[in-house]
Design a protein around this ligand. Structure first.
Ligand code: PAF
Length: 291
């Protein structure tokens, strides 16, 4: 197992379990924030949130092939392991699991985790393979690392709900925390894929968060949901977006539609947007409640 000054790096499940056993022996509560690398301030905030709920923080860097379809960016996804390890160590992370692919998917691997229903709406309609890949890799990471707490960004809100459901259904003894979305100064949600934006696209990209805030405010004020979300999609298209996959206002707990023209008062809602700018797909979401 290679040692850096402040952080242990494991490449096999055996090494990961050895580190976890040492933490258990030392009576340390472990928080875990998994990543696919290409770290930004949003990932660092998840490590810090984990440290506020545990004694030590662990992370992982693994670009998970099963959550990409054949026409997506698996081969070009940004990879910068050394810079990522430095950023994790700097953030106070004690351990990083960078598994060899065969540790996650051994030869002949044929086991997948499917969280029904929640995985097949919204993001799951556009990317049908995605949540099966996420659940399958996160379950493996949980088994290899065995954290007490795991932290996921609210930027991927549907992913957070899928993982909560899986954790509950499979009985992982892990507390799942959601970390607030970290934004650039102009409101754009931080994402590793923002690196794909050209300068012109980057100038337009903040329109997603502006549209989202205005739409959530309109729904909170009692405007009809469908009229607001249709206007939001039209606004994005008028501002240079190539297409809009969805703009939806849903119940925050289940992502089910409200089933009413106007959001019911006092029920937590989530406004979710996915739109394409050039070749880059941007997603964002925020909470709302009609008074
Ligand atoms: O959110 C991500 O970066 C990934 O989906 C995750 C949770 C690390 C699984 O590969």
């Amino acid at each position: 197992m290679a040692k850096r000054p402040a952080m242990t790096i494991a490449r096999t499940r055996k090494e990961a379990r050895q580190w976890r056993a040492a933490m258990r022996e030392a009576g340390k509560r472990v928080a875990f924030a998994p990543t696919m690398g290409a770290l930004h301030e949003g990932h660092v905030s998840l490590i810090r949130l984990g440290l506020a709920h545990a004694d030590v923080a662990a992370s992982s860097i693994f670009v998970n092939p099963t959550q990409f379809s054949a026409n997506e960016d698996f081969s070009t996804y940004p990879r910068a392991e050394q810079a990522d390890l430095d950023a994790l160590a700097e953030a106070g992370c004690s351990f990083c699991y960078c598994p060899n692919p065969t540790e996650m998917y051994p030869a002949g691997d044929s086991t997948r985790i499917i969280v029904k229903d929640l995985s097949h709406i919204l993001e799951g309609e556009v990317r049908p393979h995605f949540f099966e890949g996420v659940a399958s890799v996160v379950a493996r990471l949980f088994l290899h690392i065995g954290p007490d707490v795991a932290v996921f960004g609210e930027k991927d809100y549907q992913q957070l709900l899928v993982i909560r459901r899986m954790t509950q259904d499979l009985g992982f003894p892990i507390e799942i925390l959601g970390g607030p979305t970290i934004r650039e100064a102009d409101g754009l949600a931080m994402s590793s894929r923002n690196a794909y934006l050209t300068a012109d696209e980057r100038a337009c990209a903040a329109e997603v968060s502006g549209t989202m805030h205005d739409s959530a405010a309109a729904i909170e004020a009692g405007q009809p949901i469908r009229a607001v979300t249709d206007a939001a999609a039209a606004r994005l298209m008028a501002n240079g977006f190539a297409s809009v996959d969805y703009v939806e206002a849903r119940r925050a707990d289940t992502l089910a539609p409200f089933g009413a023209e106007i959001a019911p008062a006092g029920v937590g809602g989530r406004l979710l947007i996915a739109a394409r700018l050039g070749k880059t797909r941007l997603i964002d979401n925020m909470a709302f409640v009609r008074k």
